[in-house]
Design a protein around this ligand. Structure first.
Ligand SMILES: Nc1ncnc2c1ncn2[C@@H]1O[C@H](COP(=O)(O)OP(=O)(O)OP(=O)(O)O)[C@@H](O)[C@H]1O
Ligand SMILES: [Mg+2]
Length: 415
C-alpha cells in the first residue's frame, strides 16, 4: 500500500522547504533532494520559513530545531495552528550531539526526525515516506469531501421528492373521498333506469290509471335527479380545490401574505380528508392580527402538512385524538404551532428528530398492518426550508401528554 502511494509521488511537482541557519547544511540537503529532482525552497531563519510556507504551501518541511530568534519548535507550533498549513508534514533536523527534546517535537505535531550528519539514503527514505503519507491523507480527505458533497446533493434531491410525497399523501386521502359520491351517482343513475323501465311497462299495459302512475314516476325522476346534481356539485368543489391546491403548490414565487390565510386554505384542503375531518377533534386558534410574511406559500404548506401528518400518525391509536392549531406574533416573528395529545417523544431521541433519515416509523415497503410509514425527511426538510427564510422550528414534548411544534418566520413590515 505504502509502495503504491509513494509511486504516485512526482518529485518535479513536489516542493520541499529546507530551513537551517547553517548554509552548509542547507547546501548538503539541497544536493541530496535535487539528485531526486525535488523542487526546493530555502529559508535560513524561522520568520522567513513561515513567510515562504504561507505563500508557497510546500509539500514537506525539513526544519532545523536550533536556530537563533525563532527556533524550530516555534515555527512548527505556528504552522500547526494555521488551518491552511497544519497538514504540511514537518521533519525536524537535529544533530546527534544536541540535547533536543524529541517527545516535545512529536507532541507539537512533528512527523519525524533526521539526525545530522545526514545520511543521503536515510533523508530520501524519510522524505518519501512522509510525502506518501501526506498524499494518502490528502486523498482520503478529498474522498470524504466528495462523499459529503454527494450526500448533500442526494439529501437535497430527496427533500424535493419529499415535497411531492407530502402532497401525494394528501391527494391519496382525498381521492379516497371520491369513492362515496361516485357510488351514489352510479346508484341513483341505476334507479333512473329502473324508473324508465317502469314507464315503458305502464305505457305498454295501456292501463286506465297510466297517467297517474307516470306522474308519480316522474316525481321520483326529479328526486333522483336532484340527488345526482348535488353529488356532482360536491365532486366539482372537491376537484376545484384539488386543482387550486396543485396550482399553488407548484408556484415558486415569493409573496407577501398573511400566515392565517395560508393556514385557513390548508385547513379547508385538509377537511377533504375525512380522517382529519371526522375522526380528530380540532381546536383552531388563529390570531385576529395580520401575520404578514414574505415567502413561497407552498413552502409553508409543506411544513404544515408534514407537521399535521406527524400529529395524525402519533394519534393513530388514540381514543380521543386532538390537534390544536394556533398562530400569533412574538417580537419580530410570526409563529404557528401544531400540538397533539399523542404519546409524546422520548427525551433520548428528541435531539435526533430533525436529522435527515431519522424515523421511528416503518420504512416504506416494510409496512405492517396499518402502521405509519416514513422516510425520516419530514422534519429535516421543514428545518431546511425555514433556514432559507431565517426562520426556525422548535419542539416541546411530554411523554404521555403530547407534542407541540412551533414554527417561527420573520414578520414582514410594510412601511
Ligand atoms: N407529533 C409527533 N409525535 C410523536 N413523535 C413525533 C411527532 N412528530 C415527529 N415525531 C418523531 O420524529 C420522527 C421524525 O419525524 P419526520 O417527520 O422527520 O420523519 P417521519 O415522519 O418518520 O417520516 P417522513 O419522512 O414520512 O415525514 C418520527 O419518526 C417520530 O418518531
Ligand atoms: Mg413526518
Amino acid at each position: 500500500m505504502t509502495q503504491l502511494i509513494t509511486s504516485l509521488i512526482k518529485p518535479e511537482e513536489t516542493l520541499i522547504l529546507v530551513v537551517d541557519d547553517i548554509p552548509d547544511n542547507v547546501q548538503l540537503i539541497g544536493q541530496i533532494l535535487a539528485g531526486e529532482k525535488y523542487r526546493i525552497a530555502v529559508a535560513t531563519n524561522g520568520k522567513q520559513a513561515i513567510s515562504i510556507a504561507e505563500k508557497s504551501k510546500p509539500d514537506l518541511v525539513l526544519l532545523d530545531i536550533m536556530m537563533p530568534d525563532m527556533d524550530g519548535y516555534e515555527v512548527c507550533r505556528f504552522m500547526k495552528s494555521k488551518l491552511d498549513m497544519s497538514n504540511i508534514p514537518i521533519i525536524f533536523l537535529t544533530a546527534k550531539t544536541e540535547s533536543t527534546d524529541k517527545i516535545k517535537g512529536f507532541e507539537i505535531g512533528a512527523a519525524d526526525y533526521i539526525t545530522k550528519p545526514f545520511d543521503a539514503m536515510e533523508v530520501l527514505a524519510r522524505v518519501k515516506t512522509h510525502l506518501g503519507l501526506k498524499l494518502a491523507i490528502d486523498r482520503v480527505n478529498e474522498y470524504n469531501l466528495d462523499l459529503e458533497r454527494m450526500l448533500q446533493e442526494r439529501t437535497k434531491e430527496l427533500i424535493q421528492t419529499e415535497r411531492h410525497a407530502a402532497f401525494s399523501l394528501m391527494i391519496q386521502g382525498i381521492i379516497h373521498n371520491f369513492k362515496n359520491p361516485i357510488t351514489n351517482l352510479m346508484w341513483n343513475s341505476d334507479f333512473l333506469s329502473m324508473q324508465n323501465a317502469k314507464i315503458q311497462s305502464v305505457i305498454s299495459s295501456k292501463d286506465i290509471d297510466a297517467l297517474e302512475k307516470i306522474d308519480e314516476i316522474c316525481k321520483n325522476f326529479e328526486h333522483y335527479n336532484s340527488l345526482i346534481m348535488s353529488t356532482l356539485r360536491q365532486l366539482t368543489t372537491m376537484i376545484n380545490s384539488l386543482m387550486a391546491k396543485s396550482r399553488s403548490d407548484k408556484s415558486t414565487v415569493h409573496e407577501i401574505i398573511d400566515l392565517n390565510y395560508i393556514l385557513n386554505g390548508e385547513l379547508d384542503f385538509m377537511n377533504a380528508d375525512l380522517d382529519f375531518k371526522n375522526n380528530i377533534i380540532k381546536d383552531i386558534q388563529l390570531s385576529d392580527k395580520k401575520l404578514l410574511v414574505e415567502i413561497v406559500p407552498s413552502d409553508v404548506s409543506q411544513i404544515f402538512q408534514n407537521l399535521i401528518r406527524n400529529a395524525m400518525d402519533a394519534l393513530l391509536l388514540h381514543t380521543d385524538p386532538q390537534i390544536t392549531i394556533s398562530t400569533g406574533m412574538k417580537k419580530s416573528n410570526v409563529w404557528f404551532k401544531i400540538s397533539d395529545n399523542g404519546p409524546g417523544i422520548n427525551q433520548s431521541i428528541i435531539k435526533k428528530i430533525f436529522d435527515p433519515f431519522f424515523t421511528t416509523k416503518s420504512k416504506i415497503g416494510d409496512e405492517t398492518d396499518n402502521k405509519p410509514t416514513g422516510t425520516g425527511l419530514g422534519l429535516h426538510s421543514c428545518s431546511e426550508i425555514l433556514k432559507s427564510y431565517s426562520g426556525k422550528i422548535e419542539v416541546d414534548s411530554q411523554l404521555g401528554s403530547g407534542t407541540s411544534f412551533t414554527v417561527y418566520l420573520p414578520l414582514k413590515n410594510i412601511i
